[in-house]
Design a protein around this ligand. Structure first.
Ligand SMILES: CC(C)(COP(=O)(O)OP(=O)(O)OC[C@H]1O[C@@H](n2cnc3c(N)ncnc32)[C@H](O)[C@@H]1OP(=O)(O)O)[C@@H](O)C(=O)NCCC(=O)NCCS
Length: 203
């Protein structure tokens, strides 16, 4: 069990989680992502650099030094009013396993519930078929935090090179608002997923 962290007090040794400030934090957070080549290749780093300019999130600091970050999209690319997407989560390797990823995730969850009592958080990561032992740890982290496996996306393998596992977690007490997907859109998703070999999960 990772040690419980103090996320509110900035006294020595404590971890502080605060809102991400692009101008102030981007460089240091990018440097953390660069230290994780087993997870983030050059293409991913390029996207991380762009997202650090544009997306909201939180950073974790230990004695004022950046130790990790979490970024999210709202709304997620898949249409649903209460669906938020965790897009990047990274903790400096020397601090892995100390509860910092958990502190960042908990802070984000708290934020999303306060924004939307029906909030649902989704994330995708490499599926088991990629055989990466590093991403096996990542999936373990999400499962430990009660994300459920949702569907495997095997589309566009030339671009992604791996199957992607989507996971989701309902955060608030309220049921997610009913998503209106037109019959025509349902048919399009159905045909697309048959073509791509995904299970067509659109809800
Ligand atoms: C995944 C990650 C954010 C977790 O943050 P963390 O601070 O190391 O994790 P915590 O200490 O809060 O939680 C520990 C739990 O996470 C899991 N875990 C995942 N990666 C781990 C790692 N590298 N070291 C230790 N535990 C890890 C374990 O299940 C562990 O619990 P257990 O020891 O009881 O099995 C972090 O390890 C990381 O940056 N990994 C590389 C980048 C990545 O995978 N990002 C997500 C991409 S989708």
């Amino acid at each position: 069990m990772p040690k419980a962290l103090d996320t509110t007090d900035s006294t020595k040794g404590a971890v502080q989680v605060r809102a991400f400030r692009p101008k102030k934090d981007s460089k240091a957070m990018y440097a953390i992502a660069e230290k994780l080549p087993e997870w983030f290749d050059e293409d991913a780093l390029e996207v991380i650099e762009e997202d650090l300019d544009e997306c909201p999130g939180f950073v974790a600091e230990i004695d004022g030094v950046g130790a990790g970050f979490i970024l999210y999209y709202s709304p997620a690319s898949i249409p649903a009013p209460s669906r938020y997407e965790l897009i990047w989560l990274a903790v400096s390797p020397k601090h892995h396993g100390k509860g910092i990823g958990t502190a960042l995730l908990e802070r984000l969850e708290k934020e999303l519930i306060s924004l939307d009592p029906a909030a649902e958080l989704i994330v995708w990561t490499e599926a088991e078929s990629s055989r990466s032992k590093h991403y096996a740890m990542t999936r373990k982290f999400y499962h430990k935090h009660h994300f459920e496996d949702w569907f495997i996306d095997a589309s566009d393998m030339e671009y992604w090179e791996v199957e992607r596992l989507y996971l989701r977690k309902r955060l608030g007490a309220e049921k997610p608002k009913k998503t209106h997907v037109s019959r025509r859109e349902r048919r399009r998703i159905h045909h697309q997923s048959k073509k791509d070999g995904t299970d067509g999960a659109e809800n």
